[in-house]
Design a protein around this ligand. Structure first.
Ligand SMILES: Cc1cc2nc3c(=O)[nH]c(=O)nc-3n(C[C@H](O)[C@H](O)[C@H](O)COP(=O)(O)OP(=O)(O)OC[C@H]3O[C@@H](n4cnc5c(N)ncnc54)[C@H](O)[C@@H]3O)c2cc1C
Length: 404
């Protein structure tokens, strides 16, 4: 939701947030239950009265990754995104810019190296750009295995009688989080026709490799046996080949800035969280928008200084490598405390959610049953609050200018 708020400011007419919202499904009420089917709590967005269509940034929107990518690609000028070349290595040049080399496809010559003003490694939890930064002297950071594997897939709701019937069977809601013993099951509608289904269970590291689609389907069916509706039915509706099986890893954010020179990181490459709070992709979007705003402010501040402070704050202005570097460190310093907090909150929510001990499950269930929804909302409000805007006065204009 915080990411949606940021996207709302990314275009004058707020079209980007509307475009993203249009391809997703609103989740105004989240229903949590235990594995016996007893409802523990439901969290409603009280600010949206029932029956009133919510604004894009008022409620959680569920959407698939390809749908998000398509909406974001469509907002970019044609030719902005070039696919098909994997990052291989980067080298800072004496003038501060960065030379980037790419991997050669099998049997082909490597693509030509590129010299860039900024390199943003958004290449996931096993980031090659992060490895490159480590070779350049950054402290090494390693992903941490949670001890859990996931099964997940997209269920065609036609197989469950159609989306309307499915929503009606869930009492007019379109999601469930089901807490078991050392297990969690999550299902939520992500498009007019499909729902996402995910199941976490303990597994030794490495044991998820080499599992055939048929075995994955069988495991999933066994895991969901005895679970409340619609978990077993959704497991049954998934084809074996459509089940993604993997391990849940996280990566703690650095306490310091995480880049060097004109190289930085964004998304899981910088900080990968466990998925309980559904914050991973949103943090990546927040990173990207924060980075864009920080660079924009640095350029606006330079333009304003060049024109004597009068009226040219939005004029195009090219930053020097030193100014780019200062803006990147500012972005990392700004994001660091927030992603640290999200990381620790997601980790503790994951541990208490899966309920590894009898006492832990008792505490979890009673906590959800007794905690008033308003208190739960209040405790998590910081995840969705956002006051960052493109047109704010640059708070650190002096610092940016001083590095010029
Ligand atoms: C089971 C599960 C459930 C989840 N549920 C949610 C959820 O409900 N909500 C949520 O917000 N998040 C969720 N997440 C987390 C979310 O998937 C990640 O946080 C998000 O995908 C991170 O995005 P990213 O772009 O940083 O990295 P990635 O999605 O990992 O993308 C990295 C990209 O970089 C590319 N790449 C890698 N190496 C190179 C290279 N050398 N050169 C060029 N390209 C390269 C990859 O091909 C990939 O396309 C979940 C994760 C899991 C495992």
């Amino acid at each position: 939701m915080r990411a949606m708020r940021l996207l709302s400011g990314a275009a004058d007419d707020a079209s980007l947030a509307h475009d993203v919202a249009a391809v997703g499904v609103a989740d105004a009420v989240v229903v949590m239950m235990d594995s016996s089917g007893r409802e523990l709590t439901r969290v409603r967005d009280a600010s949206v009265p029932p029956g009133v269509p919510p604004q894009p940034d008022q409620v959680i929107r569920n959407l698939t990754r390809p749908a998000l990518q398509r909406a974001l690609y469509a907002a970019l000028p044609p030719g902005t995104v070039v696919c098909g070349a994997a990052f291989a290595a980067a080298k800072p040049l004496p003038d501060g810019r960065v030379e980037v080399r790419f991997e050669a496809a099998a049997g082909e010559a490597p693509p030509e190296a590129a010299v860039v003003d900024v390199l943003v490694g958004a290449d996931g939890i096993r980031s090659s750009v992060r490895s490159q930064l480590e070779k350049m002297g950054a402290p090494p950071r390693r992903p941490v295995y949670s001890g859990y594997r996931y099964y997940r897939g997209l269920v065609d709701l036609e197989k469950l009688g159609g989306a309307d019937a499915w929503v009606a069977s869930l009492g007019g809601t379109n999601n469930r989080i089901i807490y078991g013993a050392s297990e969690t099951c999550m299902l939520y509608q992500v498009s007019p026709t499909h729902a996402s289904f995910a199941r976490y269970c303990p597994a030794p590291e490495g044991s998820s490799r080499g599992v055939s689609p048929a075995e994955a389907k069988q495991h999933l069916m066994e895991l969901c046996k005895g679970y409340p509706y619609p978990a077993p039915q959704m497991a049954e509706a998934l084809e074996g080949g459509a089940i993604h099986l993997g391990e849940l890893w996280s990566m703690p954010p650095s306490e310091e800035v995480w880049g060097a020179g004109c190289i930085t990181l964004a998304g899981d490459a910088a900080h990968a969280v466990l998925p309980t709070l559904g914050q991973g992709a949103g943090q990546g979007v927040e990173d990207a928008v924060t980075l864009a705003i920080t660079l924009h402010r640095a350029a606006a501040s330079k333009a304003a200084a060049a024109s004597g402070g009068g009226g040219a704050a939005n004029a195009a202005c090219r930053l020097s490598p030193a100014e780019v570097e200062a803006a990147l460190r500012q972005y990392e310093a700004e994001r660091g405390p927030h992603v640290q907090r999200v990381y620790h909150f997601s980790t503790s929510a994951f541990r208490s959610g899966v309920g590894e001990s009898w006492l832990g499950r008792l505490r979890r269930n009673w906590q959800y049953r007794l905690m008033p929804a308003w208190l739960m909302k209040k405790a998590t409000a910081w995840l969705t609050e956002c006051t960052f805007a493109w047109d704010e006065a640059p708070p650190a204009a002096a610092a940016v200018a001083a590095t010029a």
